[in-house]
Structure formats: C-alpha cells, structure tokens
Design a protein around this ligand. Structure first.
Ligand code: CS2
Ligand code: MN
Length: 358
C-alpha cells in the first residue's frame, strides 16, 4: 500500500509540502494541473515541472487526480473524437514521465455535490454535508450559487464558474440522457484510450459518483455493485480500473464495502478512505476517519485491504476542518490536520491488520 495525500499545487494550496512530508508514512503526492480545463493537453514540460517540484520536497508524484473528461465525450457528441485525441496525448505525456495511475470521473456536469461546506459538528469542527431534502428542493442554478457562496471565491474542481455559467445549456444537452446511453459513451471513450494506457503503462481508476444516486435527474454509472460490474466488464483490461472511494459508496448504506473490495481486488488501483455518517432521512455528514464516528467500517476496510495484499495507492479523503481551520484558510474538505490524523488512523489500522493477517 502506498500512502498518499492530495495537494492542489504551489500557490493554489495553502498547505506546504514540507508539512505533508512530516506525516508519518507519507510517500506520494496526488497532484493535477489544476488550471487546465477539460479538453486541454497536459504538456510534457508542464508535467515535468510539477513532478520535479514535488520530488524536490522529498515526495513521489506517480499518481494524478483528476484528468477531467470533456463534457462532449460524456454526451457522445461528434466532437468527442477531438477531445479523446487530446486525452490520449495527455496520458502519453504522463506515462512517459512515470505516472502510473490516473483518477477521473464520468459524472455528468457536476463533480461531488454537497449542500454545506462548513457544517458544524458536535465537537466544534466543521465538515462537508449533504442535505438530501434540500437538494431535492432546489434547482441546479441555485446549487451552483450556493456552492460559489460557500467556497468563498476558491475554485473547486468540478465547479469552475466559467463552465457552470452555461449550466442551463448543459442541462439541456443532457435532457433525455439515460444510464444506458451514458454507459455507451463511456464504452466509446474507454475502448479508445485503453491501447494508449497499455502502451504507456498508465492505469485508469474511475471514481464513484458522489452522491451514489441520481440528482436532478442525471444518470449514474459508478454507484453500486451491479453498475460497477457492468463498467468493468465493458473493457476487461486491468487498465480499466477503479478508485474505490469508501465515502462516496458508503453514502448508500446498501453498498457492502468489504465484500466489494474483495470482489474488485484486481481492478482497484487507488483507495480513497474516509468516513461518513448517514442519517435515516438520507442526509449525510462527513466525519473523522474513525470507524466509531460514522457509518463506514474503516478498520474493516483496512483489514480487507491487508487480506488482499493491496499494493496500490491510498489516501485519506476529505477531512473535517479542525484546530482553527475555517473558510478563510482551508479548502473545503482539504485541510491539513484532519487528513493528517486520518492518515495515522489508516496506517495504524493497516499495521495492526498486517500483523494479524501474517
Ligand atoms: C474527490 C473527487 O474531492 C473529492 O470528492 O474524491 O472530487 C474526485 O477527485 C473526482 O471525482 C475524481 O475525478
Ligand atoms: Mn473520493
């Protein structure tokens, strides 16, 4: 297992890599060129510069999150071939420079969705929160405004203001999009890029949909075992793999994470490990990584990973905002301290499981 930490880049992330390096067991930085729009090539020069900086701080840079998919590919428009070419080019440039895994998602329009970014928890910290009733009661435009307000001028991946200005047109473009058609568009994309992945030894790891159910009528492809089975069967290459995000999948209590990890063991290249607390009305709050604090069996997950002798990447996913972190100083979900504590909890569980499973 390779422990990693997501970081948004020099000048864009308030956390210095010198601090990240001080988290015990930390090996890799999960990075991206965050100012690139979907559909732009990541050039070799840009890739080399970013990787060199991370390496100069004593950390490795062999995993990327996210290389975003242009909406035309998800929509299956005739222009998709052009954007697939660009994607292949970026993959080739990444592979040539030693990147081994790319995390991405295939969600229409929005990346992860929350109704609050700084929801107060009982212990005085704050965390991301999803109010199911609230989502059902608002329209997409209102959601975009809410996220902009909550994120205080920071651009969150998947919520780029420029792109979301066209939210109405985007929703019109997806009007009538079914799960089956979206899956066909996924097939077209993955079949086109897998030869490049194989040639340059770079694995694709699709992130589950967050939340793992439909919102605003948009279809979902990566939200439960039946759908993940279909997605992996579409192209059986191990290069068509999974990011297994326990928080995303765990927001649907019917998903049984431990058996799923065992089922997909050959195809999981990246683990996002975090806890959520799901309420009976479907609302969920993010909480600390500790098993007792939420509804996800985090120690059970770490034990399952030890049992399958997991060799891939893993990172603590979102954390709470703690020790004075707030809107002004912290990217929602991506503060330093709770992810640092999370990493230690995960490593503690892992080390113990490794000892017991030997
Ligand atoms: C991440 C996702 O912050 C998060 O919730 O887990 O945004 C993830 O980076 C993307 O969906 C992957 O493309
Ligand atoms: Mn995740």
């Amino acid at each position: 297992m390779k422990m990693s930490f997501r970081w948004y880049g020099e000048g864009n992330d308030p956390i210095p890599l010198a601090y990240v390096r001080q988290i015990p067991g930390m090996e890799e930085v999960v990075w991206a060129l965050h100012d690139k729009e979907a559909g732009e090539v990541w050039t070799e020069a840009e890739i080399k510069a970013e990787m060199a900086y991370i390496e100069s701080q004593g950390l490795k840079a062999t995993i990327v999150e996210s290389l975003n998919i242009h909406e035309d590919i998800k929509l299956g428009l005739p222009t998709r071939d052009r954007y697939i070419k660009v994607y292949q080019e970026s993959l080739k440039n990444l592979g040539k420079n030693g990147v081994k895994v790319v995390c991405y998602n295939f969600m229409p329009i929005f990346d992860w969705t929350r109704t609050e970014m700084f929801h107060p928890l009982e212990d005085g910290s704050t965390a991301l929160f999803f109010g199911k009733g609230k989502i059902m009661a608002i329209n997409p435009q209102e959601l975009v405004e809410m996220v902009a307000e909550e994120s205080q001028g920071l651009t969150l991946p998947g919520w780029e203001p420029e792109r979301l200005k066209g939210i109405k047109a985007l929703f019109q473009a997806y009007d009538g999009m079914t799960e089956e058609r979206l899956r066909e568009n996924f097939r077209y994309f993955i079949d086109a890029i897998i030869p490049t992945c194989e040639a340059f030894d770079i694995k694709m790891a699709i992130h589950p949909d967050d939340p793992p159910f439909s919102i605003f009528g948009l279809p979902r492809l990566v939200n439960n075992q039946a759908n993940i089975d279909k997605l992996l069967a579409i192209n059986p290459s191990p290069y068509n793999g999974l990011t297994f995000c326990t928080g995303s999948l765990g927001a649907d209590l019917r998903n049984e994470l431990v058996p799923m990890i065992k089922r997909y063991q050959e195809r999981i290249h990246f683990m996002h490990v975090r806890n959520v607390r799901v309420a009976s009305n479907g609302d969920f709050s993010e909480v600390s990584h500790r098993t007792a604090d939420g509804t996800v069996d985090i120690t059970g997950v770490m034990n399952a990973l030890s049992q399958i002798d997991y060799q891939g990447y893993l990172r603590p996913d979102h954390g709470r905002h703690v020790f004075g972190e707030d809107k002004a100083t912290c990217r929602p979900g991506y503060g330093l301290y709770d992810r640092g504590m999370g990493a230690m909890y995960l490593l503690g569980s892992w080390d113990m499981a490794q000892q017991l499973n030997q």
